[in-house]
Design a protein around this ligand. Structure first.
Ligand code: GLN
Length: 337
Protein backbone atom coordinates (compact mmCIF):
# COMPACT_ATOMS: atom_id res chain seq x y z
CA UNK A 1 0.00 0.00 0.00
CA UNK A 2 1.38 3.42 -0.92
CA UNK A 3 0.87 6.42 1.32
CA UNK A 4 0.26 9.85 -0.16
CA UNK A 5 3.22 11.54 1.54
CA UNK A 6 5.99 9.18 0.57
CA UNK A 7 4.48 7.69 -2.61
CA UNK A 8 5.79 4.34 -1.32
CA UNK A 9 4.85 1.99 1.50
CA UNK A 10 5.72 2.83 5.09
CA UNK A 11 7.97 -0.27 5.31
CA UNK A 12 9.90 0.74 2.23
CA UNK A 13 10.34 4.25 3.59
CA UNK A 14 11.66 2.82 6.88
CA UNK A 15 14.16 0.73 4.92
CA UNK A 16 15.31 3.82 2.95
CA UNK A 17 15.75 5.80 6.18
CA UNK A 18 17.80 2.96 7.73
CA UNK A 19 20.06 2.79 4.67
CA UNK A 20 20.45 6.57 4.67
CA UNK A 21 21.45 6.43 8.37
CA UNK A 22 24.24 3.95 7.53
CA UNK A 23 25.52 6.16 4.69
CA UNK A 24 25.30 9.33 6.81
CA UNK A 25 27.17 7.80 9.77
CA UNK A 26 30.25 7.54 7.55
CA UNK A 27 30.45 11.35 7.51
CA UNK A 28 30.80 11.63 11.29
CA UNK A 29 34.63 11.32 11.43
CA UNK A 30 34.93 14.30 9.04
CA UNK A 31 33.11 16.59 11.50
CA UNK A 32 33.57 17.82 15.07
CA UNK A 33 31.31 18.99 17.90
CA UNK A 34 31.22 22.76 18.48
CA UNK A 35 33.55 23.73 21.30
CA UNK A 36 33.56 27.52 21.11
CA UNK A 37 30.74 27.14 23.65
CA UNK A 38 32.71 24.94 26.11
CA UNK A 39 29.69 22.99 27.35
CA UNK A 40 28.80 21.90 23.78
CA UNK A 41 32.30 20.43 23.47
CA UNK A 42 31.17 17.67 25.87
CA UNK A 43 28.65 16.36 23.26
CA UNK A 44 29.01 12.85 21.81
CA UNK A 45 29.87 13.21 18.10
CA UNK A 46 28.71 9.64 17.35
CA UNK A 47 25.05 10.41 17.98
CA UNK A 48 22.68 10.44 15.03
CA UNK A 49 18.89 10.38 14.98
CA UNK A 50 15.93 11.38 12.85
CA UNK A 51 12.18 11.71 13.14
CA UNK A 52 9.99 12.19 10.06
CA UNK A 53 6.44 13.31 10.85
CA UNK A 54 4.36 13.22 7.67
CA UNK A 55 1.10 15.14 7.25
CA UNK A 56 -0.43 11.77 6.40
CA UNK A 57 0.78 8.39 7.57
CA UNK A 58 2.85 7.19 10.49
CA UNK A 59 5.95 8.82 12.00
CA UNK A 60 9.29 7.26 11.11
CA UNK A 61 11.94 7.33 13.85
CA UNK A 62 15.51 6.08 13.79
CA UNK A 63 18.61 6.35 15.96
CA UNK A 64 18.98 8.91 18.75
CA UNK A 65 15.75 10.76 17.99
CA UNK A 66 14.73 11.18 21.63
CA UNK A 67 18.07 12.54 22.90
CA UNK A 68 17.84 16.14 24.07
CA UNK A 69 20.12 18.86 22.73
CA UNK A 70 20.08 22.65 22.75
CA UNK A 71 18.31 24.18 19.77
CA UNK A 72 20.91 26.92 19.29
CA UNK A 73 20.15 28.68 16.00
CA UNK A 74 16.98 26.67 15.39
CA UNK A 75 15.50 28.89 18.12
CA UNK A 76 15.82 31.80 15.65
CA UNK A 77 12.79 30.32 13.88
CA UNK A 78 10.68 30.47 17.05
CA UNK A 79 11.72 34.06 17.74
CA UNK A 80 11.13 35.15 14.16
CA UNK A 81 7.66 33.58 14.14
CA UNK A 82 6.65 35.45 17.29
CA UNK A 83 8.17 38.73 16.07
CA UNK A 84 6.26 38.44 12.77
CA UNK A 85 3.03 37.63 14.61
CA UNK A 86 3.31 40.41 17.20
CA UNK A 87 5.01 43.19 15.26
CA UNK A 88 4.17 42.30 11.64
CA UNK A 89 6.59 41.88 8.72
CA UNK A 90 6.72 45.65 8.11
CA UNK A 91 8.34 46.42 11.47
CA UNK A 92 10.64 43.39 11.45
CA UNK A 93 12.00 44.01 7.94
CA UNK A 94 12.37 47.74 8.54
CA UNK A 95 15.36 46.85 10.74
CA UNK A 96 16.49 43.46 9.36
CA UNK A 97 17.06 42.37 5.75
CA UNK A 98 15.94 39.19 4.01
CA UNK A 99 19.07 38.42 1.96
CA UNK A 100 21.55 35.56 2.32
CA UNK A 101 24.77 36.97 3.78
CA UNK A 102 27.36 34.62 2.26
CA UNK A 103 29.27 34.99 5.54
CA UNK A 104 29.61 32.83 8.65
CA UNK A 105 26.68 32.79 11.09
CA UNK A 106 28.52 34.93 13.64
CA UNK A 107 30.01 37.41 11.18
CA UNK A 108 29.78 41.12 11.81
CA UNK A 109 31.77 42.38 8.85
CA UNK A 110 28.85 42.76 6.45
CA UNK A 111 26.84 44.53 9.14
CA UNK A 112 29.70 46.87 9.93
CA UNK A 113 30.91 47.61 6.41
CA UNK A 114 28.18 46.89 3.85
CA UNK A 115 24.86 47.56 5.44
CA UNK A 116 23.02 49.29 8.22
CA UNK A 117 20.81 46.27 8.72
CA UNK A 118 21.67 42.66 9.56
CA UNK A 119 21.36 40.70 6.30
CA UNK A 120 18.65 38.36 7.62
CA UNK A 121 17.02 37.17 10.87
CA UNK A 122 18.65 33.72 10.78
CA UNK A 123 22.26 34.82 11.35
CA UNK A 124 23.35 35.95 14.81
CA UNK A 125 23.20 39.69 14.10
CA UNK A 126 19.64 39.42 12.76
CA UNK A 127 18.46 37.17 15.57
CA UNK A 128 19.98 39.41 18.25
CA UNK A 129 18.14 42.33 16.60
CA UNK A 130 14.91 40.28 16.76
CA UNK A 131 15.61 39.63 20.46
CA UNK A 132 15.98 43.40 20.97
CA UNK A 133 12.46 43.84 19.56
CA UNK A 134 10.91 40.91 21.42
CA UNK A 135 12.02 41.86 24.94
CA UNK A 136 9.48 44.69 24.86
CA UNK A 137 6.69 42.27 23.90
CA UNK A 138 7.23 38.91 25.68
CA UNK A 139 9.20 37.23 28.46
CA UNK A 140 11.51 34.26 28.01
CA UNK A 141 8.92 32.25 29.96
CA UNK A 142 6.28 33.12 27.33
CA UNK A 143 8.67 31.91 24.63
CA UNK A 144 9.26 28.64 26.42
CA UNK A 145 5.51 28.01 26.65
CA UNK A 146 5.12 28.87 22.99
CA UNK A 147 7.92 26.47 22.01
CA UNK A 148 6.37 23.69 24.13
CA UNK A 149 3.04 24.20 22.42
CA UNK A 150 4.43 24.32 18.88
CA UNK A 151 6.57 21.23 19.46
CA UNK A 152 3.96 19.43 21.56
CA UNK A 153 6.75 18.78 24.07
CA UNK A 154 6.54 19.77 27.73
CA UNK A 155 10.16 18.72 28.16
CA UNK A 156 11.39 21.87 26.38
CA UNK A 157 13.35 23.77 29.03
CA UNK A 158 16.45 25.86 29.53
CA UNK A 159 19.74 23.96 29.73
CA UNK A 160 21.37 26.07 32.46
CA UNK A 161 24.86 24.64 31.97
CA UNK A 162 24.88 25.51 28.26
CA UNK A 163 23.36 28.94 28.93
CA UNK A 164 25.97 29.80 31.59
CA UNK A 165 28.77 28.44 29.40
CA UNK A 166 27.70 30.57 26.42
CA UNK A 167 27.12 33.73 28.48
CA UNK A 168 30.63 33.37 29.88
CA UNK A 169 32.18 33.18 26.39
CA UNK A 170 29.93 35.31 24.18
CA UNK A 171 32.22 38.28 23.53
CA UNK A 172 31.59 38.07 19.82
CA UNK A 173 27.78 38.12 20.16
CA UNK A 174 28.17 40.95 22.69
CA UNK A 175 30.21 42.88 20.10
CA UNK A 176 27.47 42.29 17.53
CA UNK A 177 24.80 43.44 20.00
CA UNK A 178 26.62 46.71 20.75
CA UNK A 179 27.28 47.28 17.04
CA UNK A 180 23.51 46.89 16.52
CA UNK A 181 22.92 49.46 19.25
CA UNK A 182 25.41 51.87 17.67
CA UNK A 183 23.44 51.68 14.43
CA UNK A 184 20.11 52.24 16.17
CA UNK A 185 18.87 48.73 15.33
CA UNK A 186 18.65 47.79 19.00
CA UNK A 187 16.98 50.59 20.93
CA UNK A 188 16.14 48.50 24.00
CA UNK A 189 18.49 47.15 26.72
CA UNK A 190 21.42 45.50 24.89
CA UNK A 191 22.38 43.13 27.70
CA UNK A 192 18.76 42.04 28.11
CA UNK A 193 18.56 41.36 24.37
CA UNK A 194 21.76 39.31 24.53
CA UNK A 195 20.47 37.28 27.49
CA UNK A 196 17.13 36.67 25.77
CA UNK A 197 18.88 35.53 22.56
CA UNK A 198 21.26 33.21 24.45
CA UNK A 199 18.46 31.71 26.56
CA UNK A 200 16.49 30.93 23.41
CA UNK A 201 19.60 29.18 21.99
CA UNK A 202 19.86 27.12 25.21
CA UNK A 203 16.34 25.68 25.03
CA UNK A 204 16.47 21.91 24.75
CA UNK A 205 14.44 19.91 22.24
CA UNK A 206 14.82 16.55 20.49
CA UNK A 207 14.46 15.39 16.89
CA UNK A 208 10.86 14.37 17.48
CA UNK A 209 9.78 17.73 18.91
CA UNK A 210 11.44 19.59 16.04
CA UNK A 211 9.68 17.27 13.57
CA UNK A 212 6.38 18.27 15.18
CA UNK A 213 7.04 22.00 14.78
CA UNK A 214 8.25 21.40 11.21
CA UNK A 215 5.12 19.36 10.47
CA UNK A 216 2.99 22.38 11.43
CA UNK A 217 5.13 24.68 9.29
CA UNK A 218 4.73 22.21 6.40
CA UNK A 219 0.96 22.57 6.85
CA UNK A 220 0.91 26.41 6.77
CA UNK A 221 0.77 26.77 10.56
CA UNK A 222 -2.06 24.31 11.22
CA UNK A 223 -1.86 21.04 13.21
CA UNK A 224 -2.53 18.27 10.70
CA UNK A 225 -4.52 16.14 13.15
CA UNK A 226 -6.12 18.73 15.43
CA UNK A 227 -6.88 21.31 12.73
CA UNK A 228 -5.71 23.96 15.22
CA UNK A 229 -3.97 27.05 13.81
CA UNK A 230 -0.73 27.97 15.61
CA UNK A 231 0.64 30.65 13.29
CA UNK A 232 -0.67 32.69 10.36
CA UNK A 233 -0.07 31.34 6.87
CA UNK A 234 1.82 34.54 6.03
CA UNK A 235 4.27 34.16 8.94
CA UNK A 236 4.88 30.54 7.97
CA UNK A 237 5.40 31.42 4.29
CA UNK A 238 8.00 34.07 5.18
CA UNK A 239 9.82 31.79 7.62
CA UNK A 240 9.99 28.86 5.16
CA UNK A 241 11.31 31.14 2.42
CA UNK A 242 14.08 32.41 4.70
CA UNK A 243 14.89 28.85 5.79
CA UNK A 244 15.48 27.90 2.15
CA UNK A 245 17.59 30.95 1.28
CA UNK A 246 19.43 31.58 4.57
CA UNK A 247 18.79 28.67 6.97
CA UNK A 248 22.16 26.97 6.43
CA UNK A 249 24.20 30.22 6.49
CA UNK A 250 26.88 30.40 3.81
CA UNK A 251 26.11 26.78 2.92
CA UNK A 252 22.50 27.60 1.97
CA UNK A 253 22.96 27.59 -1.83
CA UNK A 254 24.72 24.23 -2.06
CA UNK A 255 22.29 22.73 0.44
CA UNK A 256 19.32 24.00 -1.61
CA UNK A 257 20.75 22.31 -4.72
CA UNK A 258 21.62 19.04 -2.94
CA UNK A 259 18.63 18.71 -0.60
CA UNK A 260 16.05 21.31 -1.66
CA UNK A 261 14.13 21.36 1.65
CA UNK A 262 13.82 24.55 3.75
CA UNK A 263 15.96 23.72 6.80
CA UNK A 264 17.40 25.46 9.85
CA UNK A 265 20.52 24.21 11.59
CA UNK A 266 21.95 24.79 15.07
CA UNK A 267 25.45 24.22 16.45
CA UNK A 268 23.98 21.83 19.04
CA UNK A 269 23.69 19.42 16.08
CA UNK A 270 20.00 19.88 15.34
CA UNK A 271 18.36 20.32 11.96
CA UNK A 272 14.72 21.19 11.43
CA UNK A 273 13.51 20.58 7.87
CA UNK A 274 10.13 21.46 6.39
CA UNK A 275 9.11 19.34 3.43
CA UNK A 276 6.28 21.55 2.28
CA UNK A 277 2.81 19.93 2.33
CA UNK A 278 4.44 16.59 3.05
CA UNK A 279 6.32 16.26 6.33
CA UNK A 280 8.24 17.81 9.19
CA UNK A 281 11.69 16.37 9.84
CA UNK A 282 13.91 16.71 12.93
CA UNK A 283 17.51 15.50 12.95
CA UNK A 284 20.18 15.29 15.65
CA UNK A 285 23.87 14.82 14.82
CA UNK A 286 26.32 16.93 16.85
CA UNK A 287 29.42 16.47 14.65
CA UNK A 288 29.44 19.66 12.55
CA UNK A 289 30.98 20.67 9.24
CA UNK A 290 33.11 23.82 8.90
CA UNK A 291 30.06 26.04 8.45
CA UNK A 292 28.48 24.83 11.70
CA UNK A 293 25.88 22.49 10.17
CA UNK A 294 25.46 18.83 11.26
CA UNK A 295 27.73 16.90 8.89
CA UNK A 296 25.96 13.54 9.09
CA UNK A 297 22.56 15.21 9.46
CA UNK A 298 22.98 17.06 6.15
CA UNK A 299 24.08 13.85 4.42
CA UNK A 300 21.11 12.02 5.92
CA UNK A 301 18.69 14.63 4.61
CA UNK A 302 20.39 14.59 1.21
CA UNK A 303 20.01 10.81 0.91
CA UNK A 304 16.40 10.85 2.08
CA UNK A 305 15.48 13.82 -0.10
CA UNK A 306 16.93 12.16 -3.18
CA UNK A 307 15.39 8.75 -2.49
CA UNK A 308 11.95 10.11 -1.56
CA UNK A 309 11.96 13.03 -4.05
CA UNK A 310 11.46 15.57 -1.27
CA UNK A 311 13.06 18.55 -3.03
CA UNK A 312 10.68 21.47 -3.18
CA UNK A 313 11.35 21.62 -6.91
CA UNK A 314 9.97 18.21 -7.82
CA UNK A 315 6.34 17.97 -8.82
CA UNK A 316 5.53 14.89 -6.78
CA UNK A 317 1.99 14.40 -8.04
CA UNK A 318 3.41 14.11 -11.54
CA UNK A 319 6.64 12.24 -10.83
CA UNK A 320 5.15 8.85 -10.06
CA UNK A 321 3.07 8.75 -13.23
CA UNK A 322 5.17 10.65 -15.79
CA UNK A 323 7.31 8.84 -18.38
CA UNK A 324 10.97 8.68 -17.37
CA UNK A 325 12.51 8.59 -20.88
CA UNK A 326 13.40 11.58 -22.95
CA UNK A 327 15.93 12.37 -25.63
CA UNK A 328 17.86 15.38 -26.85
CA UNK A 329 18.69 13.71 -30.18
CA UNK A 330 15.99 15.50 -32.14
CA UNK A 331 17.40 18.81 -31.06
CA UNK A 332 20.96 17.75 -32.04
CA UNK A 333 19.88 16.58 -35.51
CA UNK A 334 17.98 19.77 -36.29
CA UNK A 335 21.01 21.75 -35.17
CA UNK A 336 23.33 19.90 -37.59
CA UNK A 337 21.14 20.38 -40.69
N1 GLN B 1 24.23 30.24 20.34
C1 GLN B 1 25.01 30.09 19.15
C2 GLN B 1 25.79 31.38 18.86
O1 GLN B 1 25.25 32.43 19.05
C3 GLN B 1 24.11 29.75 17.99
C4 GLN B 1 24.87 29.60 16.69
C5 GLN B 1 24.35 28.53 15.80
O2 GLN B 1 23.63 27.62 16.19
N2 GLN B 1 24.79 28.58 14.55
O3 GLN B 1 26.90 31.33 18.45
Amino acid sequence: MSDSFLLISHDEAVRIVDEAMDTARQEIPKGAVADYIPELGKGDPEKLGICIYPLEGEKIKAGDCEDRFTMQSISKIFSLCIALELLGPGKVFEKIGAEPSGEAFNSLVELDLNSNKPYNPLINSGAIAVAGMLIEEVTFHDMQIFARELCDDDGIALNHAVYDSEMATCSRNRAIAYLLESKGIIDTDVEDALRFYTKMCSLEANAESLATFANRLANDGVGNRSGKRYLSAETVRIVKTLMLTCGMYDGSGTYAVEVGIPTKSGVGGGLMAVSNNRAGIGVFGPALDKKGNSIAGCRLLKEISNRLHLSLFYNTSFMSAAPKDYSLNEFKQSNES
